[in-house]
Design a protein around this ligand. Sequence first.
Ligand code: CO
Length: 141
Amino acid sequence: MIGKLNHIGVATPSIDESVKLYRDVLGATSITDKWAMPEQGVWVCFVNLPNSQIELIEPYGDASPLTGFLAKNPAGGQHHVCFEVEDIIAARDDMRAKGATILGTGEPRIGAHGTPVIFVHPKNMGGVLVELMETPKGAAH
Ligand code: CO
C-alpha cells in the first residue's frame, strides 16, 4: 500500500541551527526557507536530497505537539517517517480496519506539501510515528 518514502521528520529546537548542520557539515546544497504552519504548531523547512527529503520541524507556539518530544529529547531527534499513498482516505480506513490508531480527529489535514496527511500512532508501528501523505497529483515527487 505504501509508496515512496517522501521524507523523514526531524524535530529540532532550532531550524536555523539544524540548517547549519545539514548545509555546512553534511554539505546539503538545496534547503528551503522555513515557514510557519500555525495550525500544526510547527515551523518547517525541507532539506532536499537526491532521493528524498529531511523535514526539519521546530515548535511554533505554546501548544506545539513537539513540546513533549523536545522535553524528552532536548537536542532534537528523528521524529517521524512519511510514506506516500495514492488515496489518504482509503489508506486511513485500511489502517483502522487493521487496528491502527490515527492521531487527532482522524480527519486528514493539509501537510507541508499541500496534500492531505494523517499520522499513525507509534504503538501500532513498532515505535515509529508514521505519517501517510497523499502523493501530489501530477507531481514527479
Ligand atoms: Co512530515
